[in-house]
Ligand binder design. Sequence first.
Ligand SMILES: [Zn+2]
Length: 265
Amino acid sequence: MSNNPSPLRVRPVRAFADNYIWLIEAPKDPRRVVAVDPGEAAPVLAELERLGASLAAILLTHHHADHIGGVAALRAATDLPVFGPDDARIPDLTRRLSDGDTVVLDSLGLQFTTLHVPGHTLSHIAFHGHGAVFCGDTLFSAGCGRLFEGTPEQMDASLRRLGGLPAETRVYAGHEYTAANLHFALEVERDNADAGAYRARVAELRAGDLPTLPSTIGLENRVNPFLRCREPAVRAAVAAHDGRALGDSVAVFAGLRAWKDGFRP
Ligand SMILES: [Zn+2]
C-alpha cells in the first residue's frame, strides 16, 4: 500500500474559527471516509451528507476539545473505530497508539504509521502514510503549536522528526494559521525569498477564502523558522531579539517560541 502512487483524496471541513477536520476518502471505496480530529460533529455530518458518504473510522492526534469534541456524537450513529494516543483524557478510543504502531484499515485501503510527537501536549501523535502526514497542532504551515505540556527539547525533536519526512510529504495540520505564521516567519528571516513568495501565494488563497493546506515538508523546511533553528540566520535573529548569545539549537527553538508567543504584528 505504501507504494500506491495515487495521492490520497482529502477534503477539509471547517470547524470553529480556524480548525480543519480532514476527511480522507478510502482508496478502495470513495463513499467511505475517515475523519481526522473531528472537534465538532455537525459540519462533518453535513459534509458526509453532501458527499453521499459514510464515516468509517476516526483518527485523533491529541486530547484538546477542539480536536475530539465531535467524537461522541459521530459514534452515536455508528459504532466506529477510534484511533488515538494512549491518554486517559480521551474517551471513546477503541485503540490506543504508541510510537511506531500501525493503523491498518484494510477494507478501506488505508494504512498509517504512528509518530509520537510530544510538545504541544505530551501524548500528541501524528499519522503518516500515503505520502501525507496528519500532524494536528504540532507542525503548522510556517509555524508550530504552543508548548502547553512539553518542553522545548521535546517539541524541537518532534519537529525535526516531521521535518525529516520525505520532502514531497503533504502536511495536513489542524488549523489555518499560515498567514499569521508567515508574518512572524518573515520578521525572523526577512531575506527568506521562499517565505516571501509563499506569503504572496497564501494572501491570494486567503483572499479567495481557500485553505492554504496541505503544505509539504519540503516547503516547510524552507519557510518555517521552527524547522530552521540550525540556520545561522534564524539563530542570529533570535540572539538579536533576546540580546544574548544562545547555546544549542534547543535554546534557539525555545527563544523563537517565546518570541512568537509574545509577538503582536
Ligand atoms: Zn491543541
